[in-house]
Design a protein around this ligand. Structure first.
Ligand code: ZN
Length: 257
């Protein structure tokens, strides 16, 4: 059993991250939307691919799976959704994706909202959450309702504070600008924006982010807090009945922002 591993980003498309869990010999990848950068990474680093995990069916997260399997016939963990092909292990809430090469087991959390079958994988203080929770933001609602997405984000926010959040895209700076429009008095957002601006200036990912900071600064996780609710009420120009309505207003506002 080898429990010394690390997680590295493999860049794909404009702003996708394919997260690679690896040690000196083996690698597992999360959401390989494109096979080529993964194959290049494996060859350069002399790694053997041992597993693929998928969070949701969008092509920029699963499009590379067939070409990866042609070169590396490995297990593929993915939710029950026919729109994802070549899956060996369909997973549902509470299932566990074992990654024996790294001595870790990732628990599946169903988080509908961005899509209706979106899942996250959580274990060893790592959260792979695809396009549901982003650095200071959240995914768009393509197939789900605000009620579903709000509940999904609440499940993720209930994980331990020291959880490292590995999101599917580098959206943090844009999300921070929105966060500051919603909650301009929050000093955490200013500090986070300075840090993220410097990281992007030197071409480093702003991820993983820390769940403790998401809970204190990400407006989409703070829909019940007075400052965030007041900003949503001003934006809507109407009274809002509770956190789910606040969430719905924030999500629409961000779409226009
Ligand atoms: Zn997506």
């Amino acid at each position: 059993m080898n429990s010394s591993f690390r997680v590295e980003p493999i860049h794909a498309f404009n702003d996708n991250y394919i997260w690679c869990i690896r040690d000196h010999n083996a690698a597992a990848v999360v959401d390989p939307g494109d096979a080529n950068p993964v194959l290049e990474y494996l060859a350069t680093e002399k790694l053997r691919l041992t597993a693929i995990l998928a969070t949701h069916h969008h092509a920029d997260h699963v499009g590379g799976i067939p070409a990866l399997l042609a070169a590396h016939p490995v297990r593929v963990f993915a939710p029950f959704d026919d729109r994802i092909e070549a899956v060996s292990d369909r997973v549902a809430d509470g299932d566990v994706a074992e990654l024996p090469d790294f001595g870790i087991a990732l628990r599946v959390i169903e988080i509908p909202g961005h899509t209706r079958t979106h899942v996250a994988y959580y274990g060893a203080n790592l959260l792979f959450c695809g396009d549901t929770l982003f650095g200071c933001g959240c995914g768009r609602l393509f197939e789900g309702t605000p009620l579903q997405m709000h509940a999904s984000l609440a499940r993720l926010a209930a994980l331990p504070d020291d959880t490292r959040v590995y999101c599917g895209h580098e959206y943090t700076l844009s999300n921070l600008r929105f966060g500051r429009a919603v909650d301009p008095e929050n000093p955490l957002l200013r500090a986070w924006e300075q840090e993220a601006t410097e990281q992007r200036r030197i071409n480093r990912p702003t991820l993983p982010s820390l769940l403790a900071r998401e809970k204190r600064a990400n407006p989409f996780l703070r829909c019940g807090e007075p400052a965030v609710a007041a900003a949503a009420r001003r934006e809507a120009g109407a009274a809002l009945a509770g956190p789910v309505e606040v969430f719905a207003v924030l999500r629409e506002w961000k779409n226009r922002f």
